[in-house]
Structures are given as C-alpha cells and as structure tokens.
Design a protein around this ligand. Sequence first.
Ligand SMILES: *[C@@H]1O[C@H](CO)[C@@H](O)[C@H](O)[C@H]1NC(C)=O
Ligand SMILES: *[C@@H]1O[C@H](CO)[C@@H](O)[C@H](O)[C@H]1NC(C)=O
Ligand SMILES: *[C@@H]1O[C@H](CO)[C@@H](O)[C@H](O)[C@H]1NC(C)=O
Ligand SMILES: *[C@@H]1O[C@H](CO)[C@@H](O)[C@H](O)[C@H]1NC(C)=O
Ligand SMILES: *[C@@H]1O[C@H](CO)[C@@H](O)[C@H](O)[C@H]1NC(C)=O
Length: 191
Amino acid sequence: MFKFQLLSATLALFAILASGHGIVTTPTPRAIGDAALAACGAAAHKVLKSDKYGPIENAAAKVDSGYNATACHLFFCRGLQYEDNKSNTRVYKTGTVVPFHVDIEAHHTGYANVSVVNLATQRPIGTLFLWPVYTNNSLGPADWPKNETDFEVTIPNLGTQCTKAGACAIQWWWYAYNGQTYESCVDFTTA
Ligand SMILES: *[C@@H]1O[C@H](CO)[C@@H](O)[C@H](O)[C@H]1NC(C)=O
Ligand SMILES: *[C@@H]1O[C@H](CO)[C@@H](O)[C@H](O)[C@H]1NC(C)=O
Ligand SMILES: *[C@@H]1O[C@H](CO)[C@@H](O)[C@H](O)[C@H]1NC(C)=O
Ligand SMILES: *[C@@H]1O[C@H](CO)[C@@H](O)[C@H](O)[C@H]1NC(C)=O
Ligand SMILES: *[C@@H]1O[C@H](CO)[C@@H](O)[C@H](O)[C@H]1NC(C)=O
C-alpha cells in the first residue's frame, strides 16, 4: 500500500513537472465565459475552463468543429474574450505603476514578457517587462528570481491608442521551451 502511494505521488509529481502551469492572479485577469464558448467551441472551452493554469496547447489539442480560429484566437489572451469580462476593465493613466503577481504552479525553463497589446490587431504596442530566461527549472526555490512572480509595470504614454474600452490589454506571455504557452490578459483603458 505504501509503495503504491509512493508510486502515485511520484507519478503525480511527474505530471506536474511535465508542464509548467501558471497564471496572473494580480490584477485579476480576463475570465472565461459564454463568448469564449461560442468562439472556441465546447471542447476547447472545457479544457480552458477546467485548468486555468494549464498550457494553451492542451486546449489546442482538443478543438472540435465548434472552434472558430478567428474569433477564439487561442494563442492571444488564451482565447478568452473581452465580451466575457467587460466589467473587469481598469483605468490606468500614463505613469500608473501596476503591481503584478503571477502564480507559478510548476517551473519550466522558458522565456516570458509582458506587453501592452492592441486587441484588434493582436500585436504588441509596447513591452513592459521581459525575462530572457523565465522559471529556470534547474534552480531551487531559494534561487528563484522574485520578479518572476512579483513585479511592477509602468503604463507608458500610449497617446490615444488605448482610450476606448476593448482596445488594449496587458498580456503576460510565457513560452516554455518544452513547447508550452501560457497567457493572461488584463483589460484596461487610459481614460
Ligand atoms: C468566425 O469568427 C469570425 C470573427 O468573429 C466571424 O466573422 C465568422 O463569421 C465566424 N465563422 C463562423 C463559421 O462562425
Ligand atoms: C468579470 O469581472 C468582474 C469584475 O472583476 C467580475 O465580478 C465578474 O465575475 C467577471 N466575469 C466573469 C464571467 O467571470
Ligand atoms: C513575447 O513573447 C512571445 C512568446 O515567446 C514572443 O512571440 C514575442 O515576440 C515576445 N515579445 C517581445 C517584445 O519580446
Ligand atoms: C538554469 O540554471 C542552471 C543552474 O544555475 C544554469 O546552469 C543554466 O544555464 C540556466 N539555464 C538558462 C537557460 O539560463
Ligand atoms: C529580474 O530579476 C533578475 C534577478 O534578480 C534581474 O537580474 C533582472 O534584471 C530583473 N529584471 C528586470 C526587468 O528588472
């Protein structure tokens, strides 16, 4: 019995180590809802909803005929839709310092950045934070850089680009070299 439990624990640990797993928890990022269901289809929506921390590739592997790539944009804001969480749009004026917290469930070496993104073109407008190496899984907890999970970004002067709700978001983007992508979006306007 003990051996069996040990084996299960080891397998569970492997399952966690095999994928990175992370999400922004501060500010509260865009949430999943019915618009994501309509855009991404039932199968992908189910994966996204059941594991908020999981790699986007897990949802991509399950897409069904209800998946609309244009509407869902799985690899932009994780396929989550602005329409599902409009009331979660913040106002950040130029110079606002925004504290972030990322919850990393399991480390996996990769690359990460945080950018202001244009929601219509799905392109970055400006980079706010960049980690050339992110969550190096060869390091023990004592050596984990604090800014991988707790950092601040300063809203740059974006002119009129982000004055309308639904125009811009801040996207945290982590690409782990084992081929796993993690994204969280925080919707905001500057006015
Ligand atoms: C997919 O989404 C796009 C953008 O929202 C929309 O224009 C198009 O009609 C949708 N396609 C289908 C088959 O629903
Ligand atoms: C969207 O954000 C608001 C404000 O934070 C929250 O109360 C609401 O539950 C969110 N919507 C969904 C679908 O989670
Ligand atoms: C941010 O990371 C993504 C994923 O690795 C990458 O495609 C994008 O070019 C990066 N942006 C910047 C400004 O480095
Ligand atoms: C990760 O950390 C190990 C141990 O310090 C180091 O040898 C390795 O070069 C690091 N990996 C990257 C990609 O920086
Ligand atoms: C994040 O922390 C690391 C290690 O402490 C440091 O080398 C790096 O410059 C910091 N990155 C930024 C963008 O401040």
